[in-house]
Design a protein around this ligand. Structure first.
Ligand code: SAM
Length: 327
């Protein structure tokens, strides 16, 4: 069992997270949070780890049992006499993706990076976890070092996503693969987004649910997060000029028990469970933004009510992009 894993600060200062990792956490309004960044405002506790696992399983269903999109096995063939290929998972959360990838590609070295040491301590030999705030100008990894870089559901902890994309390009080897997956924070009802419904003057059918997501998006904007990163993902990748063969996909993730198709129903159930855990996790963010306790409670309760008894079919849009670093 490994009880140590590195925390990598810029300038390559490395210390190790030992058995007592309490210094890497802080408490905010009754929930445990990471202590490295005040921008990323979802908890780093057992509930959040459970949510991260649910989200991981849901995406595996969506990708037909796979962990990725794009030609990962072909890219993970060692090049230029190197012994091992390298995979980097940015904002690894509970580390499920990194661990599954390490199991699937035992010849590759997989590193998962996050703000908080919430990953299991017992991991495959070829998997390590490191702590680092990725919201900075220079990331502490060498240029051309990785064959695959994956970043999923983590733009809400990043102020300048374009800067992160430039760092990803720097850290990838030529021909290396980047995989980016970001859910849109704009809610969807019966296939129409909040913006589309407003444009045609239609009510959402889920007022509490929509109000919560608008409040969440405002909190993100106040923290300097660009909420348009998910729908703009492919454009952002293209404008770096560093990537080619950019493939962009969009999926509508059903939320709840309404889909008829059995696979979509499984995805919907897992998404529902994910949001059931996520709604109360937003309370510290709302309180920190200055909302009064009763207001935050009401906002979450009404959204929960809509999640439990939806009058329409809710879903969320997922943006998936993969691309190769130009040779
Ligand atoms: C919603 S979770 C997703 C976890 C995992 N990628 C997945 O898809 O299951 C977002 C994770 O990104 C991490 N994160 C967000 N901003 C970050 C940053 N600036 N630096 C490092 N990690 C960050 C958070 O700590 C959190 O664990």
């Amino acid at each position: 069992m490994r009880f140590e894993y590195p925390i990598v600060f810029p300038l390559n200062q490395i210390t190790y997270v030992g058995e007592d990792d309490s210094q890497f956490f802080t408490e905010v309004h009754g929930r445990r949070f990471n202590a490295l960044s005040q921008r990323y405002m979802l908890p780093a506790d057992e509930e959040e780890i459970r949510r991260s696992e649910l989200q991981h399983r849901m995406l595996q269903f969506l990708f037909g049992g796979k962990n990725y999109v794009g030609p990962v096995p072909q890219v993970l063939i060692p090049q230029d006499g190197r012994e091992r290929c390298r995979v980097l998972d940015l904002g690894t959360g509970g580390g499920c993706w990194a661990i599954d990838m390490a199991d699937e590609f035992p010849e590759a070295e997989v590193i998962g990076v996050d703000l908080a040491p919430i990953q299991p301590r017992e991991v495959p030999e070829n998997c390590t976890f490191e702590l680092c705030d990725l919201d900075q100008w220079y990331l502490p990894y060498p240029s051309g070092h990785f064959d695959v870089i994956h970043a999923r559901s983590m733009h809400t902890g990043i102020e300048n996503y374009t800067r992160l994309l430039h760092e990803i390009a720097r850290m990838l080897r030529p021909g290396g693969l980047v995989i980016l997956i970001e859910p849109d924070s704009e809610p969807i009802a019966d296939g129409k987004s909040a913006t589309e419904l407003t444009r045609c003057g239609q009510p959402s059918g889920m007022r509490g649910w929509f109000a919560l997501w608008e409040a969440y998006r405002q909190c993100l904007r106040d923290k300097g997060v660009d909420v348009n990163v998910p729908p703009e993902l492919a454009n952002l990748v293209a404008t770096t000029g560093a990537f080619d063969k950019i493939v962009s996909q969009e999926g509508n993730i059903p939320i709840g028990f309404w889909p008829k198709d059995p696979v979509a129903l499984s995805i919907g159930q897992l998404a529902w469970m994910n949001y059931d855990i996520m709604l109360p996790a937003l309370k510290p963010l709302f309180l920190s933004a200055g909302m009064r306790d009763w207001e935050a409670k009401k906002l979450i309760e009404e959204a929960h009510q809509d999640l439990y008894y939806p009058l329409v079919r809710p879903s969320a849009r997922l943006h998936i992009v993969h691309a190769f670093k130009k040779a």
